[in-house]
Write a protein that binds this ligand. Structure first.
Ligand code: FAD
Length: 341
């Protein structure tokens, strides 16, 4: 068969990283990214981009750990290269603090991040309302620069990118051999996935260059994540809310919560409010499916539903999606050589 044509639907962190992994592992493929929105207009642009995993209840922990480890290793290498500032990747140290000692004192990812340890009594004095804490160093992606860096890499490897809204995966059947669905929350409509739901998140991006350490309340709701240029203050988790409009009351609440963790933020300037819909599911949908219509078959690889943790696991899930695309290609090549006999 001629070079297999692969269409990746979606240009958030999942679509772009998946397209890159496919182009890297299958250089003979022709890869195209189709998306109705590109950076800076995706959910991925709103994210803080911290590498602190979210737990997916429906995915085995060893799989989640593997995805996180692969992502951490990949981004750590970028952070240690001349590309780091362009790609918006940097190491960051800080604290996760708890009002009460958590049930799980050692999260599954504690030996992937660097220097994970309980906070000392002296460190905890910074947080008078908290009784327990963990200190570690992790990585952070400044999301729009990272997405642009991925796009640049894709262009350099010959991947085409087009603005296009896909109403039905079947509309791509005559142009492409394999479809990869990385539509994020858009998969709710695109493939009618009722298990996928939005978890609305509102964040503030502020100018506060003196804040150098991350601070995360262990409940995951309040966080301060310094990036290269802006500090992200969060946040909210509103299940089943589809609203993309910022709520002024929520903005004040987020700001007050963050100031109670880091009082110096009262001097923050240039507050910008962003809202994104986390594409949430019990587990990431990372699987092959062969659609069939009137005897015609269309191989699809799904890679969506990363909820609150897409940046933390994107490279790991992209590698697995690329492996599944490889299996689809092998099956297509097998059936085309059988047809010739
Ligand atoms: P998206 O970025 O939404 O991309 C989906 C793409 O598909 C878009 O390009 C869209 O235009 C396209 N698309 C959809 N439907 C169609 C269609 N029918 N036809 C064509 N194109 C289509 N994760 C972390 O790991 N760390 C964090 O610190 C973090 N912070 C976050 C903070 C907030 C406030 C939010 C909202 C999320 C945060 N996340 C974080 C989660 C992370 O943002 C998501 O898991 C991730 O962005 C999902 O990426 P995605 O590519 O699947 O989705």
């Amino acid at each position: 068969m001629a070079a297999p044509k692969v269409a990746v639907v979606g240009a958030g962190v999942i679509g772009l990283s998946t397209a890159l992994c496919i182009a890297e592992t299958c250089p003979s493929c022709s890869v195209t990214v189709l998306s109705d929105q590109f950076s800076p207009n995706t959910t991925s642009d709103v994210a803080a981009g911290m590498l602190i995993p979210h737990t997916y209840p429906g995915t085995p922990i060893h799989t989640q750990k593997q995805w996180f480890k692969e992502t951490f290793t990949y981004l750590f290498a970028i952070s240690n290269s001349a590309e780091a500032s362009e790609a918006g990747i940097h190491l960051i140290s800080g604290w996760q603090v708890f009002k009460n000692t958590p049930k799980e004192e050692l999260p599954f990812w504690s030996d992937v991040v660097l220097g994970f340890r309980p906070m000392s009594e002296a460190e905890l004095q910074k947080f008078p309302q908290h009784r327990f804490g963990q200190a570690f160093t992790t990585l952070k992606c400044d999301c729009p620069p990272y997405l642009l860096w991925l796009e640049k890499r894709l262009k350099a490897t010959g991947v085409q990118m087009y603005t296009r809204k896909v109403a039905d995966l079947w509309e791509l059947h005559s142009e492409y051999n394999i479809i990869v669905n990385c539509a994020g929350i858009g998969a709710h409509q695109l493939v009618g996935d009722e298990k996928l739901f939005p978890v609305r998140g509102q964040v503030l991006k502020v100018h506060a260059p003196w804040v150098k350490n991350f601070i995360r309340d262990g409940d995951g709701l309040t966080y301060i994540y310094p990036g290269i240029h802006r500090v992200t203050l969060g946040g909210t988790r509103e299940r089943e809310s589809w609203s993309l409009s910022p709520d002024p009351g929520t903005t004040k609440d987020i700001f007050d919560r963050c100031c109670s963790l880091e009082p110096s933020l009262r001097g923050a300037q240039d507050i910008e409010v962003k809202v994104g819909l986390r594409p949430s599911r019990q587990c990431v949908r990372l699987q092959k499916e062969v659609l069939s219509q009137g005897g015609v078959k269309l191989p699809v690889v799904h890679n969506y539903g990363h909820g609150s943790g897409g940046f933390s696991v994107h490279r790991g899930t992209a590698k697995e999606a690329a492996r599944l695309v490889g299996e689809c290609i092998a099956a297509l090549q097998g059936s085309s050589s059988r047809a010739k006999l």
